[in-house]
Design a protein around this ligand. Sequence first.
Ligand code: HPA
Length: 242
Amino acid sequence: MRQFALIGGTGVENFTLMDQCLLTVETPYGTVHPMVGKIAGREIVFLSRHGHGHAAPPHLVNYRANIWALHSLGVRKILATAAVGSLSRNYRLGELVLLSQFLDFTKSRPQTFFEGEDQGVLHVDMTEPYCPYLKKAVLDVSEKIGIVVKDGACYVCTEGPRFETPAEIRMFQQLGADVVGMTSVPEVVLARELGMCYASVGMVTNEAAGIADHRLSHAEVTESLKNLGRKAAELLQGTFEV
Ligand code: HPA
C-alpha cells in the first residue's frame, strides 16, 4: 500500500526516491504521471503539481486528476509544498510555515468531485482543513532535525496567475490572512473529499505586493526557492522517514 505522497509545488519539482519509476495513471479527469519510489524502505509517491517543466499555471493545474490519481494508487496521506508571499510580520522571507486555515479567493476552478446527479452532493467539513496528525508529524521532525517551521498560518488562495494588487493585499490582511499563494485551494478540499489526510508547508519566497519596496516578479520567487525548496524537501524527507 502506497500510503504517503508528496505534492511538490514550485521549487520542489524533483524529489529523489530510491528505486524510482514513473507511472501513468488514467483518471476520469485526465492522465497524471506520478513517480513512485522509496524513502527509508517506505513506498512514497511524488507528484509535481504543475507537471514537468512547470507546464500548468496555478489556475489550470488539474487538481482533480492529481488527487484522484494519488487516491487510486492507495495514497491516504499527502504532504504538499506551496510557495507563498508574506502579509504578516509573523511569517518572514525565507521561513517555512505550516498552513492552518485558508481563505478562498479562487474564481474558475472545479472545487469538487461531487457534481450532483449520480456523483451525489457532498458538503465536506473544513473546520480543520489541514490534517492535525500530519502537521504534528512535521512539527515533531522539525524540532528533531532543527529545521524551523512556524505553525498557524492563515493562507489566502488567489486565482493568479497574476500577483495581487497592494489594495487586495491590504484587504486580505484585514480579513486575517498571513500568507498568500495560488494553489492550496482546491487541492486541500479535494483531498478531504476523498478522506485523505493533507498538510502543506508554505515557503515564504517574498513579501506580498505593496509590502515589498519593489515590484514582484516570478524570478524573485524562484530565486528564494533555491534554498527554501531544499530546506522544505529535507523537512518532508525527515517526516517520511519517521
Ligand atoms: N502571491 C501569490 N502567490 C505567490 C506569492 C505572492 O506574493 N509568492 C509566491 N506565490
